[in-house]
Design a protein around this ligand. Structure first.
Ligand SMILES: C[S@@+](CC[C@H](N)C(=O)[O-])C[C@H]1O[C@@H](n2cnc3c(N)ncnc32)[C@H](O)[C@@H]1O
Length: 226
């Protein structure tokens, strides 16, 4: 799965943010705002962003007075993030969500957007929980396999709007076209949502909530370490 992520994001870094806005119909901004509210980040908090990409979340965290460390598998995504020089960012590290290079109980909050579908979920949950301080908060979200009453609508978006965007991007010779072509298959195959709740519970995360955002295009989890 690491090779899949590196293959996708190594070539996408420069056009990632435009691609994200198109692929999510700008809904990602709302999902990131939800994440920040869910963990209740405030002044002085130390935050770890797992799979930080190009530091989009960090730009929103910048006005909150927290200090953020970002980690990502893809060096080119990290380089784009570094070039922004977001002032709340204390460090950006190339590294793996499944083997975090931080001591136990390091952070007040852990956030992660779009990573669960690329990782071994129990290992990811174990690492995210390990680096959280006791009573630390976490929130994650990712695309989830469509389910429930809104799934026909979500499938229309996945198998209609996304391939249409892929066509336009390929006409414009954008590197993002391949990612858009792959996204529906990746989302339909995503099983992370079925196992992450149990994985977090086993790692001592409590007060877990599951929320479907934007009719279930993404599923978000938040909780607190015991
Ligand atoms: C869709 S991007 C999301 C970036 C950022 N979180 C955001 O919301 O804009 C997914 C990111 O997860 C990273 N990623 C995938 N697998 C990872 C892993 N095992 N460890 C760390 N980062 C990973 C990718 O390199 C990519 O930058």
């Amino acid at each position: 799965m690491h090779q899949m992520a590196l293959g996708i994001f190594g070539g996408l870094a420069d056009s990632y943010e435009l691609a994200l806005d198109v692929a999510t119909l700008v809904q990602d901004r709302y999902w990131k705002a939800w994440t920040i509210r869910a963990v209740g980040i405030g002044p002085g908090d130390s935050v770890l962003d797992i799979g930080c990409g190009t530091c989009l979340l960090e730009e929103s965290l910048d006005r909150l007075g927290c200090q953020v460390v970002g980690i990502d598998l893809t060096e080119r995504m990290i380089r784009v993030g570094q070039s922004k020089k977001v002032s709340c960012v204390e460090g950006l590290v190339v590294g793996d969500a499944e083997s975090l290079p931080f001591p136990d109980s390091s952070f007040d909050a852990v956030v992660s957007c779009y990573v669960p579908k690329y990782v071994n979920v129990p290992t990811f949950a174990k690492e995210a929980s390990r680096v959280l301080k006791p009573r630390g908060r976490l929130a994650v979200y990712d695309f989830s396999r469509p389910s429930g009453p809104a799934s026909p609508l979500v499938r229309l978006y996945l198998h209609g709007a996304i391939p249409a965007a892929a066509c336009l991007l390929s006409l414009a010779k954008s590197e993002a076209a391949a990612t858009f072509n792959e996204l529906p298959g990746i989302v339909e195959g995503a099983r992370w949502g079925q196992v992450i709740e149990q994985a977090f519970l086993e790692e001592g995360v409590r007060a877990l909530t599951r929320r479907k955002l934007s009719a279930g295009v993404v599923t978000a989890f938040s909780g607190r370490k015991a």
